[in-house]
Design a protein around this ligand. Structure first.
Ligand SMILES: [Zn+2]
Ligand SMILES: [Zn+2]
Ligand SMILES: [Zn+2]
Length: 219
C-alpha cells in the first residue's frame, strides 16, 4: 500500500477570517522545531510538531474561544485517515480538517451553505470593505510586530488587535491606549506601509488615517 506523505489542512484564520488549504509534508516535520502554518495575512494559524514520528500534534489558536487547542494523533492515523476533524474543545464546533485534498474538497462542496461550518461562503470577502487592502495591511502589521517595532509608550509590547470590516484597532491592555488603523483604500495601505515603527501613545488615542494625513509628508 502506498501512503501519501502529504496531508492537507483546511483552517480558517482566527485573525482575518480567511479560509485556506495548506499542504503539510511529513518530511518537513523533523521533530526539532514545529512547522508553522501561516495565513496570507501573516498570522500563524497552526503549529505542527512531532516526536520521533510516533505522535503528531497540531496546536491552533481557536477562533471561537480564543484558547490554544492541542490535537494529538498517532502518525498512522495522521497519514491514513481520510479525514480528521479539529473541534473546539470548549464549544464542540468544527474548526478545521486534516485529510486528503479529495476528501476536503468534497466536504467543502457539501458544507458551503452550512452556517455552522467553517466552509460556508459568508466569510472573508463579504466581511471586509476591501479584502485586498485588509490582507496587505494585516501582512504589514505582522512584519512590524515580528521586527519588535510594535509597542506602546507605556513600555508594554503585547498589543491586542481587533479586526473590523474597514479598520484595525490596536489596544494596549496595560494602559488602555487605542490606535486605529484604517484599511479601506489603497491610500490607507500606502500610509500604513510607510509606518515601519508603530507606537501607541500611553493612555492615548492615535490613528493612521489616509484622509487625515498631510499630503506634503508623502511627496
Ligand atoms: Zn489571516
Ligand atoms: Zn476553542
Ligand atoms: Zn500602554
Amino acid at each position: 500500500m502506498i501512503v501519501s506523505t502529504l496531508r492537507s489542512l483546511a483552517l480558517r484564520c482566527p485573525l482575518c477570517g480567511k479560509l485556506e488549504l495548506h499542504q503539510i509534508s511529513l518530511f518537513e516535520l523533523t521533530g526539532y522545531s514545529p512547522v508553522k502554518v501561516n495565513c496570507r495575512c501573516g498570522f500563524t494559524k497552526a503549529l505542527v510538531l512531532t516526536k520521533n514520528y510516533k505522535k503528531i500534534s497540531i496546536q491552533i489558536p481557536c477562533l471561537l474561544c480564543e484558547e490554544q487547542h492541542l490535537f494529538k494523533y498517532t502518525c498512522r492515523d495522521f497519514v491514513e485517515k481520510p479525514i480528521l476533524i479539529l473541534r473546539c474543545i470548549e464549544t464542540g464546533q468544527e474548526l478545521g480538517y486534516v485529510g486528503t485534498d479529495e476528501t476536503i474538497n468534497r466536504l467543502m462542496k457539501q458544507k458551503q451553505n452550512d452556517l455552522e461550518s467553517i466552509f460556508n461562503n459568508f466569510g472573508f470577502d463579504d466581511y471586509f470593505t476591501n479584502p485586498q487592502v485588509m490582507m496587505e495591511v494585516l501582512n504589514h502589521m505582522h512584519q512590524v510586530a515580528d521586527e519588535s517595532n510594535l509597542f506602546c509608550s507605556c513600555g508594554n509590547s503585547q498589543i491586542d488587535m481587533d479586526v473590523f470590516p474597514e479598520k484595525l484597532e490596536l489596544h494596549c491592555p496595560v494602559c488602555r491606549s487605542l490606535h486605529v488603523i484604517y484599511a479601506e483604500t489603497y491610500e490607507d495601505l500606502r500610509v500604513v506601509k510607510q509606518a515601519r515603527i508603530i507606537t501607541l501613545t500611553e493612555k492615548g488615542f492615535t490613528s493612521l488615517d489616509s484622509s487625515k494625513t498631510n499630503p506634503s509628508l508623502h511627496s
